[in-house]
Design a protein around this ligand. Structure first.
Ligand SMILES: NC(=O)c1ccc[n+]([C@@H]2O[C@H](COP(=O)([O-])OP(=O)(O)OC[C@H]3O[C@@H](n4cnc5c(N)ncnc54)[C@H](O)[C@@H]3O)[C@@H](O)[C@H]2O)c1
Length: 502
């Protein structure tokens, strides 16, 4: 039976806000004991309850509710001071307890006038008293932290377990897996700036760590030069390794630099976006953009290990999360059974239920590994199926004047290709519709109206696509969900593809 998660702490430390979010990420119910006590007694708030029934009745009611919900498996935020009751303490010891703390100055900023809180006037005295008391639970300081970071830290306290999900590729999955130390003695780390500000521990064992500004703009040859300088100055030798923590853009860039330093040093990847967890970090393709073309210059080198830790995701912007979900949907299109399951769970996945998400990460990653193993160097027309939606998607990425994320662009590419193939009579009727429906249910764009695409750049980008051969452009399209085909087009219908998503 899963333990109930209790969140304790002084007023204003963020128990309700954090509790609601933790419940959402775990797909569990959230209960605020103060709220429930007042609701069951028809009181407006705790102040109202105190004035009508008194503090001791409140404490009695609190104990009654906590006993009733002790084994519920819910996420429960406790009223300030409730855990000082020895009977309540006994209940909390048997479940999972997290204690939020914050400096008084921060609490005063958050609460301001203390309305509805009967003990607000005595806050200083109470705060000092609670500080002096022995308190149970794992402490997390919420002062100066964003909600996402606090939620990530709470999730990590759950010790939910770490699993090897693919032995051959050394891929492990689990909250806290990113902390495992690195085997090599002479390693260096590169960490994404957007991630380094949070309290996520970098694996032990790196001699030097470089903070790196990630994102698509970092995928340049200039970055490679800077990284090679860093490796040289850090004395990185072939018995060492490079540990990369960040999104797909940084793993593509740093991985490429590592693959040419001393003709290749091992790379350990710690993806921090959903897209890099399910796609970019898997399969050993590293590349940077070059001359207005995506991923034109790069290399193949299988990562030495990949640690997938979805507890990073609460700090990620929701749009970035959805961009990763688009790549998961793309992978699921390759497998009918997986597609049906994802379709059924798309609401929970959109809502970031990390328990469900981890179960799909496992499936999607292993499916990608099957394609990679069948064609590690992308020469036997097997890996190309992973590029469904990418031909049009990459061209959209390069021709939009608005910010468009990789996964969003790939989703648009999937809609364009499936509509086109259906129109050409190459696909089962309804294939495009169900793909579009899945993307829409996930909250992803299925037309380009907000992206301001420059047609000339779109056509130019298509001409520079990596999948051109001397015969024509290789494109991937669905005959049906789970059944894909390659077509070689001497004269790709670029205008038509754009029309189909306009
Ligand atoms: N090599 C491959 O096989 C492969 C496959 C798919 C995609 N890709 C590449 O991956 C890139 C897209 O990757 P992405 O979607 O991860 O984008 P990204 O790396 O650009 O990251 C998106 C943004 O999120 C920030 N970020 C990362 N982790 C965060 C966290 N935990 N909390 C807060 N912010 C965080 C980053 O700083 C960045 O601003 C594209 O360049 C694409 O070409 C490569």
């Amino acid at each position: 039976m899963k333990k109930t998660i209790f969140i304790a702490g002084f007023m204003g430390t963020g128990k309700t806000t954090v509790g609601k979010e933790v419940a959402r990420y775990l797909g569990r119910r959230f209960i605020d004991t103060d709220f429930l006590i007042c609701q069951e007694s028809n009181c407006e708030n705790v102040e109202d309850f105190f004035s009508r029934f008194g503090k001791s009745i409140f404490r009695k009611k609190e104990f009654e509710i906590i006993s009733r919900l002790a084994d519920s498996g819910n996420v429960i935020s406790l009223g300030g001071g409730s855990d000082q009751n020895p009977e309540i303490k006994n209940i909390l010891i048997s479940q999972h307890l997290v204690r939020l703390v914050a400096p008084m100055s921060e609490i005063e900023k958050r609460i301001k006038n203390g309305s509805g809180r009967p003990l607000w006037e005595k806050r200083e005295e109470l705060y000092q008293k609670r500080e002096g008391e022995q308190s149970l639970g794992l402490k997390i300081n919420t002062g100066n932290k964003q909600i996402g970071e606090v939620v990530s830290l709470v999730l990590r306290t759950l010790n939910a377990g770490i699993e090897i999900i693919n032995k051959q590729h050394n891929i492990i999955l689990g909250w806290g897996s990113s902390n495992h130390s690195i085997d090599e003695d002479n390693s260096v780390g590169v960490i994404e700036n957007d991630v380094s500000g949070y309290l996520f521990a970098f694996p032990k064992g790196c001699n030097e760590i470089l903070n790196f500004s990630g994102g698509e703009g970092s995928k340049t040859y200039k970055s490679i030069h800077g990284l090679l300088d860093f490796f040289n100055q850090a004395g990185l030798s072939r018995d060492g390794s490079v540990v990369v923590m960040g999104g797909g853009a940084i793993s593509d860039t740093v991985g490429f630099a590592a693959s040419i330093h001393l003709r290749g040093v091992p790379v350990h990847l710690i993806p921090t976006t959903l897209l890099s967890m399910v796609d970019a970090s898997i399969g050993g393709k590293f590349a940077v953009n070059f001359g207005n073309a995506k991923n034109l210059v790069g290399n193949f080198q299988m990562p030495k290990s990949i640690r997938i830790d979805s507890s990073f995701l609460p700090t990620l912007k929701h749009e970035e999360y959805l961009s990763g979900l688009a790549e998961m949907i793309k992978m699921s299109c390759l497998d009918e059974e997986l597609f049906s399951a994802v379709y059924k769970d798309i609401k929970s996945l959109k809502n970031q239920n990390l328990i469900k998400l981890d179960s799909y990460i496992k499936k999607v990653v292993n499916l990608k590994c099957e394609y990679v193993d069948a064609d590690p160097y992308d020469i036997d027309n097997q890996r190309i199926f992973l590029n469904f939606g990418h031909t049009v998607g990459h061209a959209i990425e390069l021709s939009s004047s608005e910010k468009i994320r990789h996964g969003e662009a790939v989703g648009l590419g999937m809609v364009a290709m499936s509509k086109w193939s259906e129109m050409e009579g190459l696909s089962e009727t309804g294939t495009a519709g169900i793909i579009q429906d899945m993307l829409e249910r996930a909250g992803l764009p299925t037309n380009i109206e907000h992206f301001n695409i420059d047609k000339a750049s779109f056509f130019e980008a298509l001409q520079k696509d990596k999948k051109w051969t001397s015969q024509g452009l290789n494109v991937v399209y669905p005959k049906a969900i789970g059944d894909f085909e390659i077509s070689n087009l001497t004269n790709p219908p670029a205008e038509k593809w754009l029309d189909l998503i306009s």
